[in-house]
Design a binder for this molecule. Structure first.
Ligand code: IPE
Ligand code: IPE
Ligand code: MG
Length: 259
């Protein structure tokens, strides 16, 4: 848990900020928060702007989420940036997004390094344009040693594809005699997922009011608490994050047991 979640932000000095902090239990901060950053298109339409302007505003919101997560002492933050199904969007939007990823990562890399953020990419990388993949690999390499926050970026990510890839890897190991079919258990699958070794998300936040997972972290979400907020992603800020964490802290996590 961070030493002092009240430091570093003017928001915490506002009435609403103080009220939220008073409700927060610093001993029960989720270790891993995953976010489905949805609603950029609707935000853009609301403001009479093209969809890409919504994605640009979304990148600013992500910046604030990262700072706020560090202030709260969250250790792992996974963000859904582009799904394996998002390739079906109009070419112009897909190209715009791929370019935006390069622009934002290049611009923010020094800042991420300064904050101690380790970047990790999850998803299939084979369809990604070379400059986009290069930017991510570079960020991954440059920040590998950092430990304040692990930022997992899900790009060309699909939960079913991830499980299918793990199944294929198991099949290869069995066929080559490295693994006995009887040894295929949950750990055998979990250890072959893209971000193997990271804890499962404690809390999944989805913005823009949609009550679905849209193929996000299907395996890892088995016992995640889910918080849906009507806030559109570009409007997401510290307050929205705090509200989500406080809601999470009000849940009783039973994991199939009894209270
Ligand atoms: C989320 O916002 C960003 C991506 C999926 C890349 P959307 O673009 O899905 O926004 P809406 O859902 O159309 O409002
Ligand atoms: C999920 O949002 C993917 C990301 C946030 C990157 P979508 O906007 O693609 O999800 P659906 O289509 O509403 O389910
Ligand atoms: Mg959407």
């Amino acid at each position: 848990v961070a030493a002092d979640p009240t430091s570093g932000s003017a928001f915490f000095a506002t009435d609403r900020g103080r009220e939220l902090i008073a409700h927060l239990d610093p001993a029960r901060i989720p270790s891993h928060v995953a976010v489905i950053m949805d609603g950029n298109g609707r935000w853009a339409r609301m403001h009479g702007l093209p969809r890409l302007a919504g994605h640009r505003a979304g990148a600013e919101a992500l910046r604030e989420l990262i700072t706020a997560a560090i202030e709260l002492g969250i250790g792992v933050l996974t963000v859904f940036s582009f799904s394996s199904e998002n390739w079906t969007r109009p070419r112009e939007e897909v190209q715009g997004l791929m370019g935006l990823f390069v622009e934002v990562l290049t611009r923010e890399l020094d800042n991420l390094e300064r904050l101690g953020v380790r970047v990790r990419l999850i998803g299939r990388t084979d369809s990604m344009p070379a400059p986009t993949l290069q930017a991510f690999l570079r960020a991954q390499e440059r920040t590998e040693h950092l430990r304040t926050l692990t930022l997992v970026i899900a790009l060309d990510y699909g939960g079913r594809a991830e499980i299918a890839d793990a199944a294929a890897s198991i099949a290869h190991d069995v066929a080559d005699g490295r693994l006995s079919p009887d040894a295929v258990d949950e750990d055998a699958v979990a250890s072959r997922l893209y971000a193997a070794g990271l804890p499962d998300p404690d809390l999944i936040i989805r913005t823009s009011g949609e009550m679905r997972l849209s193929n996000f972290l299907l395996w890892q979400s088995a016992y995640s608490e889910i918080h849906v907020t009507p806030v559109l992603w570009p409007d997401f800020d510290r307050q929205t994050l705090l509200e989500a964490v406080i809601d999470y802290q009000s849940r009783e996590r039973r994991f199939g047991g009894t209270s």
